[in-house]
Design a protein around this ligand. Structure first.
Ligand SMILES: [Zn+2]
Length: 203
């Protein structure tokens, strides 16, 4: 067997680099999907009496209700057209009913937003979500299917984004921190209290 005394140290370095790369990726790459798979295997969907799935499995605390309120941050409305669910950044949320994804993108005060249009023509908006969209526009989704993750408070480099906090950093729409804003509009674009659909789940 011929082994070059000159090349030998380079072999060791190459092997070492490969081993280190595999070792590091064991920590990072699978963690994301493992976390997702774990969630998919463990979450339970709560269906209300009216037949809608609660959007954020495991999180039912409401930080801000539908209707009149004091504006919590510059640019946020004093008439709240939805509810704010206290779900942390990264929490998965689901389709409340079967329907079609009709919007994914950045939508002013809503920040990164996903709109689900249900087959009975409700427009359901999920705001301040993660920009790494799980679903795409025109995709059909089933009730209880995971369609997104709660986004971070801060985002960067969105052209025309006027929303920032007191530190001057751009925020994910008009928001004071990570949460899930859920809005429900009827066929004639009238905002209704989303809790009407979940009155037996959230009082
Ligand atoms: Zn809100």
């Amino acid at each position: 067997m011929f082994t070059s005394a000159f090349l030998k140290p380079f072999h060791y370095i190459t092997i070492l680099i490969i081993i280190i790369t595999i070792f590091i990726s064991c920590f990072f790459i699978p963690t994301i999907s493992e976390d997702y798979v774990k969630f998919l295997n463990s979450y339970t969907i709560e269906i209300s009496n009216k037949g809608y799935a609660w959007p954020s499995p495991g999180y039912t605390k409401i930080n801000s209700y539908f209707g009149k309120r004091e504006s919590p941050t510059a640019g946020a409305t004093s008439y709240h057209k939805g509810i704010d669910i206290a779900a942390p950044e990264g929490a998965y949320f689901v389709a409340i009913a079967d329907g079609v994804i009709t919007y994914t993108g950045f939508l002013g005060g809503g920040g990164y937003t996903i709109t689900l249009t249900t087959y009975n023509n409700l427009k359901v908006t999920y705001c301040h979500v993660s920009p790494y969209f799980i679903v795409a526009e025109n995709q059909n989704v089933l009730q209880g299917e995971v369609i997104g993750k709660v986004g971070p408070k801060y985002i960067e480099n969105i052209e025309g984004n006027q929303y920032k906090d007191e530190t001057g950093k751009q925020t994910n729409g008009a928001t004071t921190g990570a949460h899930l804003h859920l809005g429900v509009r009827t066929q004639n674009n009238e905002y209704v209290n989303p809790l009407q659909l979940f009155s037996d789940i959230i009082e």
